[in-house]
Design a protein. Structure first.
Length: 221
């Protein structure tokens, strides 16, 4: 899952980026409102964490513009602890949720998971495909109830394919979901992750659609 983090405070931004990466999110970090606006105009994100007080263009303006342009990405705003006005203005401008600073990273991670879940139209926290169950909060995968050891990127690859079951994802779409800004992408990384997933789970789980990408079919249940 790919998150746009918009925060001008270096220390706080760095902490949030690290926390989100640990929870399996690929993070793109914009340091001002203008950078955020440009990113939102051209890149797809699964969620946005938006500070309101930003250089160049303030967070509310970024949010209003994105919504006017039809961008429906889930947005969580970061507000000052005592500012009811900010929270109300943010929610009315199209934010889906908010957190008051200071907050616990675990809560931010959980709220983002909930926002993504709702935006994908599923209420169930766990993703299932036959005998495979992925728990995004615990970052675990089981097969027939037995835990399967996966690397962080293998888990993220499986997560994306399960979230989009029934749809073919191209290699570059998967890469976008797995890597944040500034992270080096090895050229055949996605192929390697898929290969490992087939070996650790079962060969037929992920289908290759030649020349297009990869697919986990919708669960037959
Ligand atoms: Ca700020």
């Amino acid at each position: 899952m790919r998150v746009l983090l918009v925060e001008d405070d270096e220390l706080l931004g760095d902490g949030i980026r690290t926390g989100l990466a640990q929870a399996g999110f690929a993070v793109a970090w914009a340091h001002d409102g203008e950078e955020a606006r440009q990113a939102l105009a051209v890149e797809p994100f699964d969620a946005v964490v938006l500070d309101l007080g930003l250089p160049k263009v303030d967070g509310l303006t970024v949010l209003r513009k994105a919504r006017r342009e039809g961008n429906r990405v889930p947005v969580l705003i970061l507000t000052a602890v005592d500012s009811v006005d900010d929270r109300v203005a943010g929610l009315d401008a199209g934010a889906d949720d908010y957190l008051a600073k200071p907050f616990a990273l675990a809560e931010l991670q959980a709220r983002l998971r909930a926002l993504v879940r709702r935006s994908k139209g599923t209420g169930e926290p766990q993703l299932r495909h036959g005998r495979v169950v992925l728990d995004p909060a615990l970052r675990t995968v089981t097969f027939d109830g037995r835990p399967v050891e996966l690397s962080s990127r293998e888990l993220a690859t499986l997560h994306e394919l399960l979230l989009n079951a029934g749809r073919v994802l191209s290699r570059s779409q998967l890469e976008e979901k797995l890597y944040g800004w500034g992270e080096e992408i090895e050229s055949n990384a996605v192929e390697v992750y898929v290969h490992h997933l087939r070996k650790k789970l079962y060969p037929g789980l992920i289908q290759t659609v030649r020349g297009v990408g990869y697919l986990i079919p919708k669960d037959a249940r």
